[in-house]
Design a binder for this molecule. Sequence first.
Ligand SMILES: [Zn+2]
Length: 435
Amino acid sequence: MLNLRRRRAVRVASAVLVVVLFLFLGACAKNPVTGEDQLVFMSESRELALGNAYYPQVIQLNWGTPPEDHQLQNYVSDVGWNLADVSHRPNLPWRFTVVNSSQINAFALPGGKVCITRGLITKMSSEDELAGVLGHEIGHVTARHAVSSFTRRVILAGALLGLSLALTGTDYGTAALAGAGLTGGLMMLGYSRDQERQADELGYAYMTKAGYNPKAMVKTFELFLSLRNSEPSLIQGWLSTHPPPHERIAAARKRARSSPAGERSIKTEMFQRSLARQKSLARAYVAMDQGDALAKKRQWSQVAEQYRKAISLYPKEGMFYTRLGMAQMEQGEEAPALASAEQGARLSNGTYYPNLILGIVATANRKYSLAVDAHRKAAEILPGQVINNFLLAKAHDKIGPRSSAVLYYRKVVKASPTSDYGKEAAKRLDKLGYR
Ligand SMILES: [Zn+2]
């Protein structure tokens, strides 16, 4: 107990230290939106570097991008640029990506890196609605909200991730999926209510300037409101970080009523064409989501059934096989689990979780060299993940070389000394005589 309290005190102290350091590094800069001086914690070049560094990670933690759909990515990027061009910071290297998560969400990183989930975009019906959401995210970037809260959010997200690993202990498979559910904790910790209101206003300004109808924003908030009742688990994260939809609907209605742009026609044709593929696959993802929900209740045979249904509807989506592999492993079907996990990793080439999970399933099958390959690949795609480095160390521990096991155990201890993984890695290093 005492030990725990001391450790917590140390953690709080180091968090405070980081905040203090950033305060000293902070400097006044003109806010691009208000033109007022604002205390920001980083230069624009640092802001860009941060966005560049975290964007690939955020995409990976949301299961990468939907397979085989470049048309959708190009379309979303075009709509995003229509808005960015008329924003307060048109010269940022903007990027817009649809990530392969069923959660209802959109988020922005410093420097103009924006994501929208497959779950959200497939529930929309017009380009104007999409423009409302992207405009809002662009607003967070142009008003530099992402910058002022980013450091705080990274600290909190780090703390949360450590917590989830500690809670799940050595149940690696579940821990990996819990991590997948986290979908990058740093987005889930949101902005202040005032920042959200300002982003709504900027989103309105950008979308009307770019030729869209602001009534679409009302429709989007109404969508959030109805999803709150119909699919609470998919929208929970978003609701916990945003103002209540009622309040935003009222404000958006007022803006749309007084705006001449409220008479414009709503653009649906190109939207429907670009979304046709995803909408035709929606049933497959619904089956996957139902499997995920049942997995929380550990009803593994029904879980596997849902994932099989998803595969039958869309056999080219790797993450369906990866999930089926996890469910089969939970049922003790280790050899079929390996076949599924291999197929999942093959189809989702270049995505983190399928490789992590293949490594876990290969280890359960005592195929350690396959496990090493899979964890190495996962580490290349998304470096620095404690759980993956720990499992890579363990697989090397089985088949050598010992120097590689030591290298990765040391990375784990360094990155996360107080987690279960860190403690177990330290113990193993002691035993091997490397401490
Ligand atoms: Zn927001």
